[in-house]
Design a protein around this ligand. Structure first.
Ligand SMILES: Nc1ncnc2c1ncn2[C@@H]1O[C@H](COP(=O)(O)OP(=O)(O)O)[C@@H](O)[C@H]1O
Ligand SMILES: [Mg+2]
Length: 385
């Protein structure tokens, strides 16, 4: 805000030396304050001066050697949008005045009719008006941004809902037949085992082939089954059934469910001061399993998975760090999007499920990663006070 008694830095853009002299005299007569007046005689020179900063207000003549008429206002406004402009011209024409204001001038004064009071007031008003205009502009730009952001959020929510519905349908329809296939394989393998003693020695390789075939089918069906579980988990909006749960138990159970190959070392650094958590143990275990499976899949040549818990007073953190391939920067923000996967046999729902589970508990999940060195997924959950 400009206090009325603050000296203004005025730039006069006027090519007529007589007129320039008059304005200078007028301003030196100014009542209480001494304004700093700078003068140039060309539009381009005026723009340059404004560009260098330290101009509070411009007094602009419309007929200059390098620009004529209303275009002078338009050019100056476009070049230095932040500086308030007062048109100061010999032409007393209301139509031109209105036009000048439409082009972005804050005021229009006619030479010869201007007194020091009028000029000074016009300058302060112009600055105030320009400030308000800028604020309004910023506000409306911000509103546009906000609308765009909300529209994007809405679209995303609609998309998620559609994926969710599809996931629920597919998951539901596939679940029973997959289970039936798994059961049948189990029985068929038992059948082969039972026949063991009845094979002629020459038939042994064929029996083995049969077993291997059944194992392969089982492996594939188990994979399909885990996809279906992901789909169903994703389709359900998690509504946690809160129970007091030991973090250690949670971590151990999750670790038991993921099968780590021999070349992977599992480390645990559990904070003994961490109290039991108020969480849904089933959902939280699911979230940890998803993070841990990703960690294992990120280390095809082995490495270390470290699970750390910590009591931060207000919150508990559960971090899972791996020494795997890491995540390229451009993928980081897509990780938690449903269906984002970089794996040939990935579904891309694991982390989307993790995020919705953690958020349903009032927590947050973040990730830090270094390509080639590993990743760390950090869960923070509020602790009861
Ligand atoms: N620990 C990790 N290390 C490297 N990349 C990871 C890790 N965890 C997740 N990612 C990346 O995030 C993607 C999405 O993970 P997720 O949602 O679990 O789906 P999926 O495992 O089916 O691909 C993965 O495809 C992978 O690119
Ligand atoms: Mg996964």
């Amino acid at each position: 805000m400009y206090a009325r008694d603050r000296a203004l830095r005025v730039l006069l853009v006027e090519d007529n030396p007589g007129d320039a002299h008059l304005i200078k005299r007028l301003l030196t007569k100014s009542s209480a304050t001494k304004h700093a007046l700078d003068a140039v005689d060309r539009l381009n020179a005026g723009i340059e001066r404004c560009d260098q900063g330290s101009v509070d207000v411009v007094l602009l003549d419309l007929s200059l050697p390098d620009s004529l008429g209303i275009a002078t206002v338009a050019t100056m406004r476009a070049a230095v949008p932040r500086v308030p402009i007062i048109v100061l011209t010999g032409l007393n024409d209301l139509e031109v005045a209105v036009h000048a204001v439409r082009e972005g001038a804050q005021d229009y004064l006619v030479k010869g009719t201007v007194t020091v009071d009028i000029l000074e007031r016009a300058m302060y008003y112009a600055i105030e008006r320009k400030n308000l205009e800028d604020q309004l502009m910023q506000y409306s730009e911000h509103l546009e941004e906000l609308v765009a952001q909300k529209t994007a959020e809405l679209k995303r929510a609609e998309r998620l809902a559609a994926i969710g519905q599809m996931a629920a349908m597919v998951g539901h329809d596939l679940r029973s037949p997959l289970q039936a296939i798994l059961n049948t394989i189990h029985l068929e393998k038992k059948q082969v085992d039972k026949l063991e003693g009845h094979f002629a020695p020459s038939e042994a390789p064929e029996a083995q082939q049969l077993r291997d075939g059944l194992d392969k089918i089982k492996e594939q069906v188990a994979y399909m089954s885990s996809m279906v579980t992901d789909l169903l988990d994703f389709a359900r909006t998690p509504s946690p059934k809160i129970t007091r749960t030991s973090t250690e138990q949670l971590v151990n159970e999750a670790l038991r469910r993921v099968v780590a190959p021999n070349n992977v070392v599992i480390e645990k650094k559990l904070d003994p001061s961490l109290p039991d958590l108020d969480v849904d143990p089933f959902l939280m275990r699911r979230a940890l399993i998803n993070i841990m499976s990703n960690a294992l899949q990120a280390m095809p040549d082995g490495g270390t998975v470290c699970v750390m818990t910590k009591n931060n007073g207000q919150s508990a953190s559960i971090n899972v760090a791996d020494t795997g391939m890491g995540i390229p920067r451009e993928n980081i923000r897509k990780l938690f999007e449903p269906l984002f996967t970089t794996k040939s046999r990935g579904v891309g729902l694991g982390l989307a499920i993790v995020k919705s589970v953690i958020e349903a508990h009032g927590g947050t999940i973040t990730v830090e990663s270094d390509v080639g060195r590993g990743s760390k997924f950090c869960i923070a959950l509020p602790l009861r006070s």
